[in-house]
Design a protein around this ligand. Sequence first.
Ligand code: MV4
Length: 600
Amino acid sequence: MFSKVLVANRGEIAVRVMRACEELGVRTVAVYSEADKHGGHVRYADEAYNIGPARAADSYLDHESVIEAARKADADAIHPGYGFLAENAEFARKVEASEFKWIGPSADAMERLGEKTKARSLMQDADVPVVPGTTEPAESAEDVKAVAEDYGYPVAIKAEGGGGGRGLKVVRTEEEVDDQFETAQREGEAYFDNASVYVEKYLEAPRHIEVQILADEHGNVRHLGERDCSLQRRHQKVIEEAPSPALSDDLRERIGEAARRGVREAGYTNAGTVEFLVEDGEFFFMEVNTRIQVEHTVTEEVTGLDVVKWQIRVAAGEELDFSQGDVEIEGHSMEFRINAEAPEKDFAPATGELTTYDPPGGIGVRMDDAVRQGDEIGGDYDSMIAKLIVTASNREEVLARAERALAEFEIEGLRTVIPFHRLMLTDETFREGRHTTKYLDNVLDPDRIEAAVERWAPDAVSNDNDEEDVTERTFTVEVNGKRFEVSLEERGAPAIPLGDVSGGSASQSSGPRKRREDSGGDQQQIIEGDGESITAEMQGTILSVDVGEGDEVEPGDTVCVLEAMKMENDVVAERGGTVSQVLVGEGDSVDMGDVLLVLE
Ligand code: MV4
């Protein structure tokens, strides 16, 4: 085994790799950029080296700086994590030529699988189904038309060097072929320095299924089952899970064995992932990722195997000590990427200080992260700040446990995608596991994303705190021995006299007030007439409205239910009357003092 490993990465994956090293009794070396001087991976490592400016090209991507740090540290091996240099065959080759071991597949195997037509014909040789199409680069638009004649439109023109959604053109009619062929070539040249393209039949709504592979240097190849990564937004994975809710046991077995045959054919070693598209009970090879992936965690959770530890062991020459038959999938696991992004603003990256960071815990909850409260999240690298991995004995239990864990997760100072995840956990298509790769981009109604943010991150989107100097103070009060937390907003004078605070039933104030403008409400509602208003006792969410306009209510009737502090509170009319206005609906967030309805 190695004595010391340099991790050429940052953030949660660098810490993940170092944790594996720690368990193997291996010392750890971090490298960091100017932006990461106090990064979590630097804090974790036994020693750390500055390798340059914040810009990744000048630090984490700089071959010589990384190798130089390994020399200074006298490391034995380099682990690249994911992203950055992980799939750079040229860098892998440099490391192979150095005194350090490369913890990953050989540079040769990376090259064999990096070019898509090479990988396609290699897979065909191993009897792995590929999407019908060409295994040679397409020379002209005529080659594209020939594929369409055999299999029909639509067809996909893909860049030889592509991957992850870039360099993919969908052609639906013969008229579009000439233009799209040229565009694909031009983009391939621009993005990947490779104008070569090839053609496949285009599948309209496939699922993305990928198989985790481990292979040692003694000829053993194992698969660790599949992950379902169909829930993607613009080619970015959002939630991943294992096993897939969409595969039969028979299909699962056939895909796993196909992946094994494919990587064996490629002479592949270390960890890798074989990606497939699955549609109508058929599966097709798409590409091989020659690195540890973000979502390897869910495979670890359902197999009990430590994939990263095995990467290190295999690179040190050790043999896999389990047979394919030993690999058992038990239970179900989901990973939620906690990205610093504002979901309602087209997932725009967010930056700022993590003024509160209080992650969930308890049974079945794993947090892979490298941040702590007080850290500054800058915009230099990707927006993923943590991964929440939830595991239980079956998918239904995972869904409930994940709802619980995401509700526990408290992050302040920074927008995150947590409200989006909470929306997905209430979404019927996702809950039933019927989503395809098209679901988020083409089917989900964007209004539901905005509503989710208003419901689960109301403070983040309310615009009444802008400009004005508002201090929020939280008080704990007991009413009849029951504890309430009340937050008050202070603007010069206290917004609501403390005397108004009473628990249990609704307070009524004579002389209706207008509802304060809040969460997304850009038109203000004005109450007319001189009825009596029923106001919210505390900030919360309306679970139900039990009366309608024109209804007669008696004193003591429940008019709506307000969820606050994780409790359901009946809002009760103190006096009787006719409901003249209902100002809230189910799912609305309300602040203390907001008018809910008016009685005449
Ligand atoms: C496809 C496809 C349908 N048919 N190829 C997108 C990423 C790139 N690496 C391959 N991609 C696709 N290739 C054929 N022949 C659909 C996609 C695709 C997709 C694949 C996986 C996950 C999400 C996706 C979203 C849109 C399109």
